[in-house]
Ligand binder design. Structure first.
Ligand code: SAH
Length: 343
C-alpha cells in the first residue's frame, strides 16, 4: 500500500473521504443556486432578512433560508440573527460587481447543461466517450451554438477566467516584439483586450465562431477598435493569415490529438515564417505526481473528448504540425505559455 501524504493527516481517512463525498457533492450545487440568485450582490450593502431576500429573488423564503444556513457551515454567508444573513469574505467573492469574481464560474460549472453531463461520468469512463454527446444530444460547441442562454453562461465564465489570467500572462511574456497577433478561439476577447491594452503598437485579430465574436463589443467599440479586427469562422477550415503571433488559450485541450493537429496545421499555414505560436495551457506533471490539473483533464473527457497534456505531449504535437517547441514559460497562474516556432 502506498501512503500518499494527506493534506489533513490527523483526520481519519474515512472522515476525509466523507467530506469529499458529503457535502462536497452538494456544495457546488448550493453555491450555484446562491450565485444564480445573486444573493451576495443583494447583501453588498449589509445584512438582510430572509423574507426580503426571498422577495428580491422570487425564491421560496423558508427553503432559501435552509440553503443559506447550509452554506454558512462552509463559511459562505453568515447568519447574524434568526433569518438575517450577511456576506463573509467567501461570499463576497461571489459578488458579480467586483474584479476577479467567481460568480460566472460558480454558475457555469453547476448549471444544468454542465451538471447533467457530470452525472454521467460513470458511462463516460466505461465508454471513453464524452458525456455531453449522450446527455445533451450533440457535441458541446454544437450544443452551445443552439442554446444562446447556456452559451452566454459559458462565454461569461471564459471571459472571467481570462481576465483573471491576463496579469500573469503579461508578466511572463513580452508581446511588444510582435506587430500583429491573432487570438484563435479567443472567445469574446478578454485576453486579446488585455494584451493590446498593455502593448499600444500591437494590432490584434480576434477569431472565433461568428456568434461568439459578435459579443466582443469591448474590442469593436472604444479605443482598441482602430487596432483590432474581429473575424468569425471555423478554425478547422482556416484562420486569419499573415500574423507574426498566433495565441490559443484553452483551445488545444478541448480536442483529441487528431483534431488538435488539424487546428495547429491551420495555424502553421497562416503564420509568418519567423512567427511564434503561443499555446496557453495547463501542463500536466509527468505521470504519477498528484496534480490538480488532472481534474481539468477529466472535465475535458466529460465535455469535449479533449485532454490536458504533458510537455512532451505538446512537443510531439507541435512537431507533427510543423513547429519546434522552443520554450515553455511558466506563469503565476495555473497556465503556462508553450512557444513554438515554424520549422
Ligand atoms: N480562448 C478563450 C476561450 C476558450 S473556450 C479563453 O481562454 O477564454 C474555447 C473556444 O473555442 C470557445 O470560445 C469556442 O467558441 C471556440 N471554438 C470551438 N470550436 C471552434 C471552431 N471550430 N472554430 C472557431 N472557434 C471554435
Amino acid at each position: 500500500m502506498t501512503d500518499q501524504t494527506s493534506s489533513a493527516p490527523n483526520i481519519p481517512p474515512s472522515a476525509q473521504l466523507m467530506q469529499m463525498i458529503w457535502p462536497g457533492a452538494m456544495a457546488a450545487q448550493a453555491i450555484y443556486v446562491a450565485a444564480q440568485l445573486g444573493i451576495a450582490d443583494l447583501l453588498k450593502d449589509g445584512p438582510k432578512q430572509i423574507d426580503e431576500l426571498g422577495k428580491a429573488t422570487g425564491a421560496h423564503a423558508p427553503s432559501l433560508h435552509r440553503l443559506l444556513r447550509a452554506l454558512t457551515s462552509l463559511g459562505i454567508f453568515s447568519e447574524t440573527g434568526t433569518g438575517i444573513f450577511q456576506n463573509t469574505a467567501l461570499s463576497e467573492a461571489l459578488r458579480g460587481d467586483l474584479p476577479n469574481t467567481m460568480r460566472p464560474w460558480a454558475i457555469f460549472l453547476s448549471a444544468p447543461f454542465m451538471w447533467k453531463p457530470f452525472g454521467d461520468l460513470y458511462e463516460t469512463v466505461m465508454s471513453g466517450q464524452p458525456a455531453v454527446d449522450r446527455v445533451l444530444g450533440k457535441p458541446f460547441f454544437a450544443y452551445l451554438a443552439e442554446h444562446p442562454e447556456d452559451a452566454a453562461v459559458f462565454n461569461s465564465a471564459m471571459t472571467a477566467g481570462s481576465e483573471m489570467n491576463v496579469p500573469a500572462v503579461l508578466a511572463a511574456y513580452d508581446f511588444s516584439q510582435f506587430e500583429r497577433i491573432v487570438d484563435v478561439g479567443g472567445g469574446q476577447g478578454a485576453l486579446l483586450r488585455g494584451i493590446m491594452s498593455a502593448n499600444p503598437n500591437l494590432h490584434g485579430v480576434l477569431f472565433d465562431f461568428q456568434e461568439v465574436v459578435s459579443g466582443a463589443t469591448a474590442l469593436t467599440t472604444g479605443e482598441l477598435a482602430s487596432r483590432c479586427q474581429v473575424v468569425g469562422g471555423d478554425f478547422f477550415e482556416s484562420v486569419p493569415e499573415g500574423a507574426d503571433a498566433y495565441i490559443l488559450k484553452g483551445i488545444i485541450h478541448d480536442w483529441n490529438d487528431d483534431d488538435a493537429l488539424r487546428i495547429l496545421k491551420r495555424c502553421r499555414q497562416a503564420i509568418k515564417d519567423d512567427g511564434r505560436l503561443l499555446l496557453v495551457e495547463m501542463i500536466l506533471k509527468p505521470s504519477g505526481e498528484p496534480d490538480p490539473g488532472t481534474f481539468g483533464d477529466v472535465l475535458m473527457l466529460t465535455l469535449v473528448g479533449g485532454r490536458e497534456r504533458t510537455e512532451s505531449d505538446f512537443r510531439a504535437l507541435l512537431q507533427k504540425a510543423g513547429f519546434d517547441l522552443s520554450r515553455v514559460v511558466t506563469t503565476d497562474a495555473p497556465n503556462s505559455i508553450i512557444e513554438g516556432r515554424p520549422i
